[in-house]
Every structure is written in C-alpha cells, then in structure tokens.
Design a protein around this ligand. Structure first.
Ligand SMILES: Cc1ncc(COP(=O)(O)O)c(C=O)c1O
Length: 360
C-alpha cells in the first residue's frame, strides 16, 4: 500500500439497489454525478447495470459522456440545462435534457436534431424549474414542437430528507398541475433519497436516488432500512514520533499536548477529500481502537494519538469504515458531523488521488 485505498463494496451497492427497488414499483434512476458520489462514476454505472439499472442522472455533459462510455444501452438524464453550445455532445451521446425555460427550448427548436426532454416544474425548491403557472405553456410549446419529444415531467424537493409535510405539499401541487395531461407514456419523477421512503403514489414511475444507494439513510420517516455502506477508506501508519507534553504538532500548533504523546502519521489529507475541519473532533481507528486527531489535517497527511494503542509503522488506519473486529465504525455521517456539513459534501469531495479498489 502506498497512500491508501478507497474500497468500493459491490455487494453492498447491489444490496442497496435491490432494497431501494423493493420499496415501490418505480424504476430507479441512479444519480451518479460528482464521480458517482466519490465512488468512481464508471464503477457506479457498470455495477448498477449488472444490478439491472437502466437510468442514470448527472449534472454535467462530461459526466454524461463518461456514463455513455460504459454503455450504449442506458438512458442518461442531464439534471441541469447545458449551454446551447454543448448541444452537439447532447446529440452524439443521446442524453435526455431537463428543460424549463423559453430561451433554451427556443434554442432546441432551431436545431436540426431531435431531443428527449423532461419538463422540470418548480414546486418549492426555487432553484430551477418553470413556475407552476407557466407549466401549461411550456408543455404546449414542447407538445407542438417537431423536434422536441416530451419524455418526462419532474420536480425536485428542498426538504425531503428533513420533513415530510412540505414535500407532501409539493407533491400535491405537482399532481394538480399535471392532472389534465395524458401521462400514460411519460416518466413522472419527483423523488430523491429522502422521499423515496414515503412517496408511494403510483402516478410516479421513476425515482432519482443518490445518497441512499451509497448507503446513507437520510429520510425523516421511521424506516427499518437495509442500506449498507458502499465505501471504506483505509491507509497505514507511515511514521511514529514521540512528542513531549507542552509541544504541538501540525500547522497552526492548534493543540498543545497534555501528556507525553506517541504520534502516528498517515498519508491521507484534505487533498484526498478528508476534510480540514475533521480536527478537532475527528478520529481514526487503529488496531480496533479509536485514536483522536491531534493536529490540523494537512493537504497530504494527518496526525493522531497512538499513545494508548499498540501500533507500529504500516499498521492499518481506518479513515472511513469498520475496525477489523467489526466493533468500531466511522461513518460518512460521523465525518460530516465533525465538519458541520452534510454527507453529500463528504462523499462528493473525495478526490481521484486514492486508488479505488472493488471489494465484494
Ligand atoms: C435534481 C436532483 N435529483 C435527485 C438528486 C439525488 O438526491 P439524493 O442524493 O438526496 O438522493 C439530486 C442530488 O443532488 C438532484 O439534484
């Protein structure tokens, strides 16, 4: 081992896909943007295809191209509008578009190519999407267009992972808006991970799920979930030093040692995606014991207290995942808590530098 590995767990990932699928009759559209939430986009797509997934959602054309490089037989939904100058790539990679404004739709109409589109309605997120009162006009514009095919209608929820009631209000608004439309040949999709656990209305036939498939339970309703973690990050002790009480280690000398301390170093840092704010609350696991970080996370290395652990250079350091005896665990949620951020940010900020290794 050089600097460490990101272990992506195929069995757990496929378990999560099957479990999410078992919740309703909706087809799964796996959200694989931001490098498959850090897992490696090609791996996330290839493995999901083995699990029977046919739809993938991304945020950028270059992500869509990576999905297409894995398979010609899947559908790809671009969640955000690209620039019209990118349209050639949309066509050559057969990418479904999310549409909601006149400017973009008029641009598509001028093209010699044809497009599959999904109208996004803003039902409360207030980021992108057409205003509810503009939906009928946009729908008619697409319906009467010769080269724009309507494939789906969708919305996106702002608080589905926190509160059910505002999401129910968005669902009702959405259903009212599409009630006069023949939806029989359309994909009607609103769910993200949070609402997939409580929106079982049969009008919806596709679910855009990201975080849950990577093993994080983020729904506000009580569920006896079966999601399993899909990623572990493990490295090794690269150096051991003995420091005196009163000294401090790492940038900023942010913590003065309260006792003579044996300090371990591991070659993983914030440039790998282990966030800077993990200190002071963060921990690692060595030989089945938690060890506190005792200095600021640096770009390429971290420092931790191994005074009470029988540890040697090259011993394994668990950054994310479970101890060998299975009794101690560091989750994506834990790292997010130390950093006062959200699980999505932790996973999507994991960089390319550590090699991904598939485990089963
Ligand atoms: C439009 C859209 N749909 C679905 C998702 C998936 O969300 P989650 O990771 O909470 O399942 C996202 C994620 O950012 C999104 O932007």
């Amino acid at each position: 081992m050089d600097r460490g590995y990101i272990y992506v767990n195929k069995t757990n990932y496929l378990n999560n896909i099957n479990y999410l699928r078992s919740l309703s009759d909706k087809e799964l559209c796996l959200v694989v943007k931001a490098n498959g939430y850090g897992h490696g986009i090609e791996w996330a797509v290839k493995t999901a295809i083995e699990g029977g997934v046919k739809w993938f959602a991304v945020a950028a054309i270059n992500e869509a191209i990576k999905v297409r490089s894995v398979s010609d037989n899947v559908r790809i939904l671009l969640l955000t509008e690209p620039s019209l100058s990118e349209i050639d790539k949309v066509v050559s990679n057969n990418i479904d578009l999310t549409v909601y404004n006149d400017f973009f739709i008029e641009g598509l109409k001028k093209s010699d190519n044809s497009f599959n589109t999904h109208i996004k309605i803003d039902t409360g997120m207030h980021r992108v999407g057409c205003e509810p009162e503009d939906f009928q006009k946009i729908y008619e514009k697409i319906d009467s267009s010769e080269n724009i095919n309507l494939t789906g209608i969708c919305t996106h929820f702002p608080v589905a992972d926190i509160e059910k009631e505002p999401t129910d209000i968005s669902i009702k608004l959405f259903k009212d808006l599409i009630s006069n439309i023949d939806t029989s040949d359309l994909l009607i999709h609103v769910d993200n991970s949070g609402s997939t656990f409580y929106n079982f209305d049969p009008i919806f036939n596709l679910s855009r799920v990201g975080l849950a498939v990577y093993g994080c339970n983020i729904t506000p309703v009580e569920v006896d979930h079966e999601l399993k973690p899909t990623m572990e990050i493990k490295t090794r002790i690269s150096n051991i030093q003995h420091r005196k009480k009163g000294e401090a280690v790492s940038y900023g000398k942010a913590l003065t040692l309260e006792r003579d301390t044996i300090v371990g170093t591991a070659p993983v840092g914030y440039a790998d995606g282990f966030p800077w704010n993990s200190f002071p609350e963060g921990k690692v696991i060595i030989n089945n014991q938690f060890c506190n970080l005792i200095g600021r996370v640096t770009m390429d290395q971290i420092l931790f207290d191994i005074t009470d652990v029988n540890a040697e250079v090259n011993d394994e350091v668990v950054i994310l995942g479970s101890s060998e005896d299975g009794k101690s665990k560091i989750s994506v949620f834990d790292i997010a808590e130390w950093n006062k951020t959200i699980e999505w940010e932790i996973l999507t900020n994991i960089t390319e530098r550590l090699e991904r290794v598939e485990v089963e």
